[in-house]
Design a protein around this ligand. Structure first.
Ligand code: PMP
Length: 433
């Protein structure tokens, strides 16, 4: 058997061997064959173009194939694609760390680089537990996390995600039990939360939260005041606060970090997704000077014993440095504000459709919540037929485009959302009748 795949049929032959993400491969339709990307377009093999309304899982914030990032990666490739970071150093990782420290609020000064969002959260959890151990406080090794939260698919991050998440359901026995509670969103609930934290402070290393928008758990928003109150409770009871800004950080809500927007500083911050402009995998776990100081010692055991093979990968760091340049050179944050205005104005009409539960917008995120998606293959197919790539999940149809999407493409995506949600709504009413 030739190991060379037949270029005509790489999809069907390769499909027998690849294991696709979040996919019931017995019943799912075959994925679309993509041959190229460009700007905010995904180009299919048969020549059709899809406007990407979700920027490749919320990462391609400058659009695809941005020449500036491509050039940065190509130049780095010529010199040195990768070298291990322990005992060796290279400019891209060191410059990037300095820049991330500069854009993070307060004294979030110390950057650990890894290769995915989930891993960056795992590292944050390890740092939090070891911080207390290094200070001589034994037993603080649990986390308070919130229902509808999502922090990744690894075993540690599943445990701090929503226990009802269908993606994580089968693994209950495998995960360490954590303190996953309702997110307190009003004064009374915040007061109860404060007492809860007080009662669990001796076993709790940190609270972890996706600030302002809980993403993969349903695109659910909460107010700045909630995060501020949680910060205060953490301070009062000597529990660290980890903010997972993997989705909302780096521009998505109109500022470089959500923490800055809220006006607080977490003890540990995680970033990924938009970090390389969606070109290469990279994530950062950024700790405060106070946290880092607790790892400074003459004792080797007090250092952070973590070192993934590709930590600080030079190509990925070059892409990230170029992506940060683009935030400085191109009007990304004002583009986010323009997208927000458009979404607010365009999606409101969906409020009147039967079966629509809520329409909400924050930054470059627009969400139409339905009673229930029903057949999500049908809805996805209808979007593709209309030349738009969206991937509704749970009970939401949402848009989270590249910040650089042009007005024509943005309008096409929102018009198509309105049209297809309208079709969904007609079917919904039909079922009621
Ligand atoms: N945290 C948040 C808030 C996320 O949105 C995601 C990814 N959707 C993750 C963590 C996990 O990141 P990754 O998929 O890169 O592991």
């Amino acid at each position: 058997m030739s190991l060379k795949s037949d270029s005509q049929d790489w999809l069907t032959s390769g499909y027998q061997h690849i294991w696709m993400p979040y996919t019931q491969m017995k019943t799912a339709p075959l994925p679309e064959k993509v041959v190229a990307t460009n700007g905010t377009r995904i180009i299919l093999e048969d020549g059709r173009e899809l406007i990407d309304g979700i920027a490749s899982w919320w990462s391609a914030c400058h659009g695809y194939n941005h020449p500036y990032i491509k050039n940065a990666i190509a130049s780095q490739l010529d010199i040195m694609p990768h070298v291990m970071l322990a005992g060796l150093a290279h400019e891209q990782a060191f410059v990037l760390s300095q820049r991330l420290a500069a854009l993070s609020p307060g004294d979030l000064d110390r950057v650990f680089l890894s290769e995915s969002g989930s891993v960056s959260v795992e590292i944050a959890l390890k740092i939090a537990v070891q911080y207390w151990l290094n200070l001589g406080q034994v037993g603080k090794n649990k986390f308070v996390a919130f229902k509808n939260g999502y922090h990744g698919d690894t075993i540690g991050t599943m445990a701090i995600g929503d226990p009802d998440n269908i993606m994580h359901g089968p693994f209950h026995g495998l995960m360490c039990e954590q303190l996953v509670i309702d997110l307190p969103t009003e004064e009374g609930a915040l007061a109860i939360f404060d007492r809860y934290l007080e009662n669990h402070a001796n076993q709790c290393a940190a609270v972890i939260l996706e600030p302002l928008v809980q993403g993969a758990g349903g695109m659910i928003f909460h107010d700045d005041s909630v995060v501020r109150a949680i910060r205060k409770s953490c301070d009062r009871h000597q529990v660290l606060l980890i903010l997972d800004e993997i989705m909302v950080g780096l521009g998505r809500l109109g500022s470089m970090t959500a923490s800055e927007l809220i006006g607080i500083q977490p003890d540990i911050l995680t970033l990924s997704k938009s970090l390389t402009g969606g070109m290469l995998p990279l994530a950062a776990t950024i700790s405060s000077a106070r946290i880092f100081d607790a790892f400074q010692s003459d004792d080797l055991e007090k250092c952070l014993m973590h070192g993934p093979t590709f930590t600080g990968n030079a190509l990925a760091c070059a892409a990230a440095n170029a992506s940060l340049d683009l935030f400085e050179m191109e009007p990304r944050l004002s583009q986010v504000h323009q997208i927000e205005s458009h979404l607010l104005q365009a999606l409101t009409v969906c409020c009147d459709f039967p079966g629509v539960v809520d329409v909400r917008v924050r930054g470059a995120i627009g969400v139409v919540q339905l009673t229930d998606l029903g057949d999500f293959y049908w809805i996805r197919r209808r979007f593709v037929e209309k030349g738009v790539w969206l991937r509704p999940f749970g009970n939401v149809v949402y848009i989270m485009p590249a910040f650089s999407i042009d007005q024509g493409d943005l309008t096409k995506v929102t018009d198509t959302m309105i049209e297809i949600i309208g079709e969904w709504s007609d079917q919904y009413v039909g079922k009621l009748g």
